[in-house]
Design a protein around this ligand. Structure first.
Ligand SMILES: *Cc1c(COP(=O)(O)O)cnc(C)c1O
Length: 387
């Protein structure tokens, strides 16, 4: 096996991170809700046009805040895709709400809005969408269904920062939306996230839940004369050292997105002909969606070809990876009542999807190595089946 020379992901710096981190340390405010966090929040509010943004320690924690803010009770149901990261489900399962897994569309790999309504029951409280790879879910139809049945919509927008749907930024459609700044995302600070609050009635309580259930923020604004325990809560505010890291990245967001757009285009152009010849499907971006270019993936014709393609890339020093083992057939998903066959598109796609190295500083020479490596792979080559 050749050594991997082109990793799948590598976080990159934009230039000002160390300067800002040093400034945060010198300012003597390393805890949550410091000056850098305030600047990040204001910048995100302005970039996206969101009334209120709160930085959090992760997207996972921002999702947990969503579940707390909705006052979910045991047995309440939350409809979500099975084809997602475990945190999308866990945040709600922690409140003993029941994730109800919905299949995905075969083109965008997003929750299939044509199925959602058949899953709505008297216990349904919310629909969680994930904009896979940064391409929007069909928000017009999803909001219509939510409105009709009085359900909250939450966008797990971990992939979608700066993507758009019909011209409007992702993260602005749900009552609440969440971002991730984990080192694998477009804009990073190691570990971090944000809660986007589009329904301002939830803002004050969100501050309280994020501050261990205290009204500490109101105290610092001089609205109350001491702070105390007023609600449920946990500790979800991010250290200002990480917020300093994040501010440098957010200020460079346009440049980062430009790099990722160029990477995505080069993959698409470099692989188009090979994909056509080999029955491989490249990502679908509907005309009314502007992608955030979070990743580049291909759908191989079958699971065996995907497995052989990963090995073929590895022999050439390239790390290609699969994505999302369906949640409904995971051990926990099965315990919650899921069974194979519930989400056939998810089960099929999960076995065939291959993601290619994709990071801000992937240079053209290395990217060409990836393209050449994949384009020299033949799906139908006479491999001996080992199944
Ligand atoms: C990365 C990711 C998360 C979790 O983000 P963290 O910031 O690591 O907690 C949640 N949902 C999706 C869809 C993700 O891709």
């Amino acid at each position: 096996m050749a050594a991997i020379s082109i990793p799948f992901n590598r976080p990159s710096l934009t230039g000002k991170e160390l300067e800002y981190i040093a400034e945060a340390l010198r300012a003597g405010h390393a805890a949550g809700d410091g000056p850098f966090a305030a600047r990040c929040q204001a910048l995100l509010e302005e970039m996206l046009g969101v009334p209120k943004v709160l930085l959090t320690t992760s997207c996972t924690h921002a999702l947990e805040l969503c579940a707390l803010l909705l006052d979910l009770e045991p047995g309440d149901e939350v409809i979500m895709p099975s084809f997602t990261f475990v945190s999308t489900a866990n945040a709600f399962a922690l409140r003993d709400a029941r994730p109800v897994f919905c299949d995905i569309r075969a083109d965008t790999l997003n929750i299939d809005e044509r199925i959602i309504e058949s899953l709505v029951t008297a216990r349904t409280r919310a629909i969680v969408v994930v904009h896979y790879a940064g391409v929007a879910s069909e928000m017009r139809e999803i909001l219509r269904i939510a409105d009709k049945h009085d359900l909250a919509v939450i966008e797990d927008n971990a992939h979608g920062l700066m993507g758009r749907y019909r011209g409007r930024p992702l993260g602005t459609f749900g009552r609440l939306a969440t971002q991730s700044f984990h080192e694998t995302k477009n804009i990073v600070c190691g570990e971090g996230g944000a809660l986007l609050i589009n329904d301002e009635r939830l803002s004050e309580r969100a501050e309280i839940l994020r501050e261990k259930g205290t009204n500490r923020s109101q105290f610092f604004r001089g609205e109350v004369d001491r702070y105390t325990w007023v609600d449920l809560g946990s500790s979800y505010a991010i250290s200002d050292i990480l917020a300093a890291f994040l501010l440098a990245q957010l200020e460079a967001a346009e440049g980062i997105q430009e790099k990722r757009r160029a990477l995505w285009k080069r993959y698409e152009e470099g692989l188009r002909q090979w994909a056509e010849e080999e029955d491989v499907v490249l990502p679908t971006v509907p005309a009314h969606c502007d992608s955030s270019h979070h990743m580049f993936h291909v759908l191989m014709p079958d699971a065996a070809a995907r497995g052989r393609a990963i090995a073929h890339l590895e022999e050439r020093g390239v790390l290609g990876v699969f994505h999302y083992v369906p949640l409904h057939t995971s051990p926990r998903g099965l315990a919650l009542g899921g069974s194979p066959g519930d989400c056939p598109v998810t089960e099929d796609v999960s076995e065939r999807l291959l993601r290619l190295p994709f990071y801000n500083d992937l240079d053209e020479v290395r990217q060409q190595t990836v393209i050449d490596a994949l384009a020299s792979f033949h799906c139908a080559s006479a491999a001996v089946s080992v199944d």
